[in-house]
Design a protein around this ligand. Structure first.
Ligand SMILES: NC(=O)c1ccc[n+]([C@@H]2O[C@H](COP(=O)([O-])OP(=O)(O)OC[C@H]3O[C@@H](n4cnc5c(N)ncnc54)[C@H](O)[C@@H]3O)[C@@H](O)[C@H]2O)c1
Length: 336
């Protein structure tokens, strides 16, 4: 089995790469290294079954060639993170829409099965919990830049399912909920890496909004296991499937938990949304996935407890902070 993983140097993509290699599969990672990092795959330098192509999904010729030589495509490449989406809307909309269009066209050209990663953001402000895959979507207005990411991903879904219906192209759409663990960057607005970084530095842990908003966090190791299992499940083709943890926690409680797990004396500060993201920012109060479809298809859902995920992520972040120079050198060697 030879798979193409777009976004293979990103947080989830690099874990999926490891998981596929561990199964004895061959992996080609296609990544423009915009938000992903060579350090996420530097341990794979010289691996006989791993190849990195440092290009973008918007390079149609490259994507077409790679699609022709693989057996399955996992499409994860996208601009991700509220901060990036809000600050660089034009780039993120164009990058995400064009990339998916090109990947799907190449998959159809070579008749290769493809899994598209969408997001729980598409459920928008819906309060119809838990979110079921066939529910209506309640996305906010275009004056609030955040929703461009959800709209773009929803359009990716329509396009993928269009290929399934019209050309019988085997496609799977997964809606990932908050996915967390080692290698996630806090640079673009992800909450857990930011809380951990602040806790370890003894800086105030900054909670945006009231902190009463609630989320479910899924362990990246469970999520990539589910993604790979779905790719091997014919009944998943033509389907949209939620992947996420179901255990809820408020962001204020999360800040306390991180502080405790990191053994930090940091204060917890609350910052109004409009100071963090501008005056028109909107957020949703709760977000919980319905996972019965996922369980029916593959027999499990992400269940690793949040405390374990936090301990592992804190250990990883401590290790990275301790040896940035050495890992930078290894990453440079990997490019060469
Ligand atoms: N992390 C989450 O909680 C979460 C939740 C919902 C959905 N998702 C989806 O999962 C996928 C992976 O997200 P992630 O959290 O690993 O983010 P990430 O930013 O770590 O990974 C995205 C990767 O794609 C690469 N990339 C971006 N645009 C590209 C392009 N045009 N061509 C090639 N590479 C490109 C980046 O360099 C990066 O390595 C994304 O599609 C995202 O929308 C993630």
């Amino acid at each position: 089995m030879h798979v193409l993983i777009t976004g293979g140097c990103g947080f989830i993509g690099s874990h999926l790469t490891d998981h596929c290699l561990a199964a004895g599969w061959k992996v080609t990672a296609l990544d423009d290294l915009s938000t992903g990092s060579l350090q996420n795959v530097v341990h794979l330098a010289g691996h006989p079954n791993f190849r990195l192509v440092a290009e973008g999904t918007t390079s149609a010729g490259v994507v077409d060639e790679l699609a022709g030589s693989c057996d399955f495509i996992f499409h994860l490449a996208a601009v991700v993170g509220v901060r990036l989406v809000v600050n660089r809307s034009v780039h993120s909309i164009e990058n995400n829409l064009q990339g998916t269009e090109i990947v799907l066209r190449a998959a159809a050209h070579h008749r290769k099965p493809v899994l598209i990663t969408s997001t729980s953001e598409v459920y928008g402000k819906s309060v119809d919990l838990p979110y079921r895959e066939d529910a209506d979507l309640l996305i906010g207005p275009p004056t609030c830049a955040r929703w461009s990411y959800a709209c773009g991903k929803a359009l990716d879904e329509f396009l993928a399912l269009g290929y399934w219906r019209e050309q019988k192209l085997p496609v799977i759409v997964v809606r990932l909920f908050n996915t967390v663990g080692p290698r996630q960057s806090g640079e673009y607005g992800m909450v857990i890496p930011n809380f951990i970084r602040q806790a370890l530095a003894g800086q105030p842990i900054t909670v945006f909004g009231s902190g009463r908003q609630r989320r479910c966090f899924g362990y990246v190791g469970d999520v990539v296991k589910a993604i790979k299992a779905l790719s091997q499940t014919p009944a998943a083709f033509g389907e949209i499937v939620n992947i996420g943890g179901t255990s809820e926690i408020s962001i204020a409680e999360l800040a306390q938990l991180v502080k405790h797990a990191a053994g930090s004396a940091a204060a917890i500060e609350y910052i109004p949304y409009h100071d963090a993201y501008g005056p028109s920012f909107q957020d949703m109060h709760r977000r919980v996935p319905a996972v019965d479809k996922l369980k029916r298809l593959i027999g499990f859902c992400p269940e690793t407890p949040l405390e374990s995920i936090l301990f592992e992520t804190i250990d990883w972040m401590r290790a990275v902070q301790q040896e940035p120079a050495r890992s930078g050198l290894r990453a440079a060697a990997h490019v060469a």
